[in-house]
Design a binder for this molecule. Sequence first.
Ligand SMILES: NC(=O)C1=CN([C@@H]2O[C@H](COP(=O)(O)OP(=O)(O)OC[C@H]3O[C@@H](n4cnc5c(N)ncnc54)[C@H](O)[C@@H]3O)[C@@H](O)[C@H]2O)C=CC1
Ligand SMILES: O=C(O)[C@@H]1CCC=N1
Length: 264
Amino acid sequence: MKIGFIGCGNMATAMIKGILDSGKVTAEQMIASAKSDQTREKISSELGIAAAKTNVEVVDFADVVFLAVKPQYYEEVISEIKDDIQKNQVIVTIAPGKTLTWLSERLGSEVKIIRTMPNTPAMVKEGMMGMCKNELVTDEELQQVKEICESFGKAEVVPESLIDVVVGVSGSSPAYVFMFIEAMADAAVADGMPRAQAYKFAAQSVLGSAKMVLETGKHPGELKDMVCSPGGTTIEAVRVLEEKGMRSAVIEASKACVKKGREM
Ligand SMILES: NC(=O)C1=CN([C@@H]2O[C@H](COP(=O)(O)OP(=O)(O)OC[C@H]3O[C@@H](n4cnc5c(N)ncnc54)[C@H](O)[C@@H]3O)[C@@H](O)[C@H]2O)C=CC1
Ligand SMILES: O=C(O)[C@@H]1CCC=N1
């Protein structure tokens, strides 16, 4: 399978590195386009794959084409490539808000489309991706693309109605988690811990807690209760977090994120 990326910024770079490291696809089977000479130089030297000057070159080469530009450039890119797309090719999107209907109207009703939502932890092969397809994509093709995407983390097929929800819970949520880590570290610094050490302690606690949720199968509330000793330190922190509306802040933030995605 030959894989192409249109645009090679943060997400594309992370995804390409993961795919190459998995060995599922060789460097000769991959291509990415970029507008600037500087980015094309990075594609050749850092990623070791072909760098295309035009987006049409990517479509002419690849079986699976990822549209990895910002949502506001989708329309422009689609009008550039639409006449070159063949019936057997699969177009994979990674932008919020661009529905299968919106995409089909612009790419053409004959085009196979997989709509996904990845996240930046793909950079460390711990990504989480939601994906759905239009009716022209076979289950086998979806499975093949899913396996490729599992090179940089986990991937799950969801109904299209949940893709906007995926933006809130995993596409954008790394930003909220980084804010949480930064805030915990700020508190540790305020109490005298050197900053680099504070980030390590805070980040490792988040990593370990996430692993506990995934690996023990226990309810997050039960895991929280296991930390809270009666009359102890943790329940004091929990009391203040509840008083300051932490859960509500996270829920409202995530709902605003999902709403924005639906409007895009
Ligand atoms: N950054 C994130 O956390 C996530 C981003 N996404 C989505 O991934 C997509 C890419 O986002 P990032 O990688 O963060 O953006 P980015 O800005 O790092 O990369 C986009 C790249 O596309 C290039 N580009 C712009 N117009 C182009 C054109 N006409 N032809 C070829 N290349 C062009 C830009 O020069 C840039 O290098 C967006 O649709 C975004 O919504 C999805 C999930 C997470
Ligand atoms: O902020 C954004 O619009 C993109 C989509 C998900 C994460 N970043």
